[in-house]
Design a protein around this ligand. Structure first.
Ligand code: ADP
Length: 853
């Protein structure tokens, strides 16, 4: 640092004599110009400062004689210059600790400063040294670094703190320009910052600024500098006091905080107590796409949506004034896309122990998604309400604490309850007394554990005053954190369903009872396979459940071989009609025995076809039938021989009486013969039936001329029935292969019936017709006729029409059974057409070419 200045305005050159005197003075003399540049120094002065005249002259006094510099001296120099009066000042050199007495006298263009070393008045010394010590002590007691500067920035004094930071001695600093100290000069910006601060302070301003200084190469410090000026009594600025507070720690902490704050996903801002924004984190700055300066103060308001600005500003001002936490939702502009997003902005005042607000710290949280979701919810809520009002259910929503939020119109209509009551009272109004406690317990449980609510209870329908079964269901709706925020519920009338369930339960019970009864065997068939069966069925057939599981039960193999064709037909019928007309057959049981059964069934599933089969043990009935057949067979056999004998003897006797001319007796015997004939026919019928039953009817196959046979039979019948005229009409000759006797029996039976059941009629007609495929024989009468429902049954064994007029006519109900058996055996069919009171026509049809089997 060099303040050497070539001044042309030297003090007038001293004369030799004067020089001599000056050099011989006991103290150090400096002569300086108005800028404090040394123009002369005597030998003593050079001795004190330890420098040559060359080094001193032209140099600044404050710098060249820094060992002697003090604030007091500086003040005295200023005073002398100002007043142009000689001044004296005493002080202790901070460098040498020597007591100095200084006399200052104005010269034409400067000052003469004379230091007297040994003038040492003890009384004064004590007082002054005490003052000086106090001043020093005070200076050093500051935690801050304190530097006293001339208004143009020369260091007059400095305390230990900055010296030790810089590892400099005091004399290395005093008298130098403050801005030239290494701590400041390492960076031109920092140096400039200090320079302009000193300039402002020297104009009387108090200047405060933060700077990063470098006292030595390996040490950086953040300091808060405060420069104040000291004015002399006359008002001019005498010197400047610079206090530098080490804020490195704070800065460091702040930097860390800033880094942290900048890393936050939120926008963070800090404001002055009065509400002026001083800091915004990077994210906020980036979002707004403004410079930090643009955002500061109230600049941020320009980023707020114009619709929200007024409201936000008023709220913020109110909060800042009242010192209460600030919260507002508003739109902030995304500076890059010029779009707006919703933010929740919060600010909290930070206060000191006295409650004074130090600053505001705030955040802006992006709630755009939330807002959108809210909008969606609003929209979906509308949809929900529309739906809720449209469905035929009671719809409701509930808060997590169980209070009803919403109920649809139907809910109110059905319950007609006061839905504003407290707590459980609402439900007590309409839930059945027997169901209420259970319902409330469940409700409380579910509200606690957040599981799905499902409950059936009887609900009082306020419109009808009757209880109905309802099913209440509710689902919890949760937020992202899994917290239940609402319940959505429906309550559905399940009365009908309940009734159906009950009916089903009952019918199931009945089915089970049936399934498990010993009465009826049941099985489930899939195709021909029996896949399930009840115990009764298994018991009947002798198979086990194990056999069933192993798939050993098959309908066809279970059926006796002779019944299998019928069983196959039954399957076809089942598939076509979905149900099976019960039919009789025999089962082959596991032990090889046979079991007569009556089976029926119905389809209950189509793909694959599944049917349930009902099986009745028919053995008892069959046995009874067998016994009856056996009896008939035996009785007819037993009757036939005595009847034959009786008939023979009667005939012999009649002939004898006729020969002897006892005609009365003879004619009585004719009647007897006719009665015996009738009995014989009945017995023969019985015998024939027995034979049919036993499968012992024998057929002799031969070509039979039907026309001839018909006429022969008609003639025979005509002889015994003179009351009717039998008219035979045949248009062609027809021959079939068959048993002549049995075919004759067919026509005899049909003609006999026609006559028998048309008591008042005169004729019975027999027609023989030949068609392309068939030959038909029709026997027509004009008698009683047969009701429709009886027409199928008359071909059954022992069946007789129950009508009293028919009952009055004798018969066993076997004739048509025999007829049907014979016709079927010949491959033919028999049908009947009839009108009650008008007559009947029996039609027998045989295949034309191929007759018999
Ligand atoms: P029956 O020995 O009783 O005549 P059938 O087997 O010949 O027995 O006839 C059965 C029943 O059919 C008779 O009882 C009768 O009621 C009715 N029947 C048969 N043929 C006729 C007919 N031509 N007209 C009216 N009913 C008839």
């Amino acid at each position: 640092m060099s303040h050497t200045k070539q001044t042309g305005r030297l003090t007038p050159a001293p004369s030799e004599m004067h020089l001599h005197i000056l050099e011989g003075l006991p103290g150090a003399l400096f002569v300086v110009d108005n800028d404090a540049t040394i123009v002369y120094s005597n030998a003593k002065a050079q001795a004190i400062t330890g420098t040559s005249p060359e080094a001193l002259h032209g140099n600044s006094f404050w710098n060249g004689a820094s060992q002697l510099v003090s604030t007091a001296l500086y003040q005295a120099v200023q005073k002398t210059k100002q007043t142009q009066e000689p001044t004296e000042v005493e002080y202790v050199s901070a460098t040498t600790n020597n007591w100095l007495h200084v006399s200052l006298s104005p010269t034409d263009a400067g000052l003469a400063i004379f230091f007297q070393d040994h003038l040492d008045p003890p009384h004064l010394h004590d007082a002054l040294s005490l003052n000086e010590q106090m001043y020093r002590g005070l200076l050093e007691s500051f935690a801050d670094g304190v530097t006293i500067l001339t208004p143009n920035g020369l260091v007059l004094d400095i305390n230990q703190r900055p010296l030790s930071d810089a590892r400099l001695r005091r004399e290395e600093v005093v008298g130098k320009l403050f801005t030239d100290l290494p701590a400041w000069s390492y960076d031109s910006t920092v140096q400039q910052q200090l320079h302009s601060a000193i300039a402002r302070a020297s104009r009387g301003e108090t200047v405060r600024f933060e700077a990063r200084i470098r006292p030595r190469t390996d040490l950086y410090l953040d300091i808060l500098m405060t420069i104040t000026s000291h004015r002399a009594a006359a008002g001019q600025i005498e010197y400047l006091i610079c206090a530098g507070r080490d804020i490195t720690e704070r800065k460091h902490a702040e930097d860390e905080l800033r880094a942290l704050v900048d890393a936050l996903p939120q926008f963070v801002w800090i404001a002055e107590p009065d509400g002026a924004i001083t800091y915004n984190n990077h994210r906020l700055i980036d979002y707004l796409a403004m410079t930090p300066q643009q955002v500061e103060g109230t600049g941020w308001l320009s980023g707020v949506h114009s619709d929200d600005r007024q409201r936000v500003w008023e709220t913020w001002q109110l909060c800042a004034r009242a010192g209460i936490p600030y919260e507002a939702e508003h739109r902030l502009q995304d500076g890059r896309s010029n779009t707006y997003r919703w933010f929740l902005v919060r600010g909290v005042p930070q206060k000191d122990a006295q409650g004074t607000i130090l600053r505001w710290v705030g955040t802006c949280t992006d709630i755009e998604e939330q807002k959108r979701a809210e909008e969606r919810i609003k929209a979906s809520e509308q949809d929900f309400r529309l739906l809720a009002e449209a469905v035929p259910q009671l719809v409701w929503t509930m808060w997590p604490d169980g209070r009803l939020e919403y109920t649809n119109q139907l809910y109110q209509e059905v319950t007609q309850a006061n839905l504003h009551l407290e707590g459980d009272e609402i439900w007590r109004q309409f839930v059945h007394p027997e169901d209420i406690e259970r319902t409330l317990t469940l409700r409380h449980e579910v509200l606690k554990n957040g599981k799905i609510y499902e409950n059936e209870y009887r609900l009082l329908d306020g419109r009808t005053g009757t209880y109905h079964w309802f099913l209440a269901r509710a689902l919890p709706v949760r937020d992202e954190a899994g917290q239940v925020i609402k319940w959505f519920g429906t309550t559905t009338d399940i009365d009908e369903q309940k009734r159906l369930e009950e009916a089903l339960r009952q019918s199931q019970q009945q089915t089970n009872a049936l399934m498990n009864s010993d009465i009826i065997g049941m099985n489930v068939v899939e195709g021909e396979q029996i896949v399930d069966a009840n115990d009764t069925f298994l018991h009947m057939t002798g198979y086990t459940r194990e056999d069933l599981r192993a798939g050993r039960l098959n309908v066809l193999s279970l059926t006796a071989p002779e019944d299998r064709t019928q069983a196959r037909q039954a399957f076809e019928e089942l598939a076509k009609e979905q149900a099976l007309t019960p039919y009789e057959k025999e089962y082959l049981c596991k032990d090889g025995s046979r079991l007569p059964v009556l089976v029926g069934g119905a389809v209950f599933q189509h793909h694959p076809l599944r049917a349930v089969g009902f099986v009745l043990d028919n053995s008892a009935r069959k046995e009874l039938e067998q016994r009856k057949d056996d009896f008939i067979s035996m009785a007819s056999h037993e009757l036939r021989n005595p009847l034959t004998a009786l008939k023979l003897q009667t005939t012999l006797l009649r002939r004898q009486f006729t020969r002897q001319g006892i005609l009365d007796q003879a004619s009585a015997l004719v009647n007897m013969e006719s009665q015996i004939h009738k009995i014989t026919r009945l017995v023969e019928e019985l015998l024939d039936v027995s034979k049919i039953q036993a499968g012992r009817l024998e057929y002799a196959w031969e070509p039979v001329d039907l026309d001839a046979l018909l006429r022969e039979i008609a003639e025979t019948v005509q002889q015994t029935s003179p009351g009717h005229r039998i008219l035979v009409q045949s248009v062609a000759r027809a021959t079939v292969t068959g048993d002549r006797d049995w075919l004759g029996q067919v026509f005899t039976n049909l003609l006999s019936n026609a006559i028998k059941y048309s008591p008042g009629a005169e004729t019975v007609e027999v027609d023989l017709c030949v068609y392309a495929e068939t030959v038909t024989i029709q026997v027509r009468d004009h008698g009683l006729g047969i009701a429709r429902e009886q027409r199928d049954k008359i071909f059954e064994r022992f069946y007789r029409v129950a009508d009293p007029r028919q009952k009055a006519i004798s018969g066993l109900g076997l004739g048509l059974y025999i007829v049907a058996e014979i016709v079927t055996h010949h491959g033919g069919t028999i049908t009947v057409e009839s009108a009650v009171g008008k007559g009947s026509t029996f039609t027998v049809a045989f295949p034309k070419e191929k007759s018999g089997s």
